[in-house]
Design a protein around this ligand. Structure first.
Ligand code: SME
Length: 140
């Protein structure tokens, strides 16, 4: 699916359109529970394009997995969200997740990509590696 995703995104310059399709492709391909972006706006993350159930709209710096990924500027893999101190439960069906920071070409942290699964222990370093590669296609 890597070439297809690349082709889909490279042909369109509108950022929101690409973010929306990015989420749709990943959710369809992997049947993940929730795939979406939160954008840094001031001292909060604000919900952006996503696929999946309704989610919380604002997350403070350092809060939840997303806020911690923003704070640490690094990916976080959570095998069991119920064991993660301060996890923000938007959906009770979510049991594991991975969050990656999204950087601009100038290395500014613009957003985080949040992927949730209904299964425990669903993400590992291989997911992190490929998701990070996919994010470069967005050229934000
Ligand atoms: N999982 C997040 C909250 C966002 S929802 O899962 C979509 C967190 O604790 O950061």
């Amino acid at each position: 699916m890597q070439p297809q995703l690349h082709a889909l995104l490279i042909g369109e310059e509108d950022k929101i359109a690409n973010l929306a399709n990015f989420c749709a492709v990943l959710k369809e391909a992997f049947q993940w529970w929730w795939v979406g972006f939160y954008f840094v706006k001031g001292n909060e993350l604000v919900l952006g394009p996503f696929q999946g159930p309704v989610a919380c709209t604002r997350i403070s710096f350092g809060k939840g997995v997303c806020g911690k990924a923003w704070e640490s500027k690094s990916a976080i893999i959570v095998p069991d969200v119920h064991q993660f101190p301060g996890h923000i439960a938007c959906s009770s069906a979510s049991n594991s997740e991975i969050v990656l920071p999204v950087f601009s070409a100038q290395n500014e942290l613009l957003a985080v990509l949040d992927v949730d699964s209904q299964f425990f222990n669903h993400f590992d370093e291989v997911d992190e590696k490929y998701l990070a590669a996919f994010l470069t296609y967005l050229a934000l």
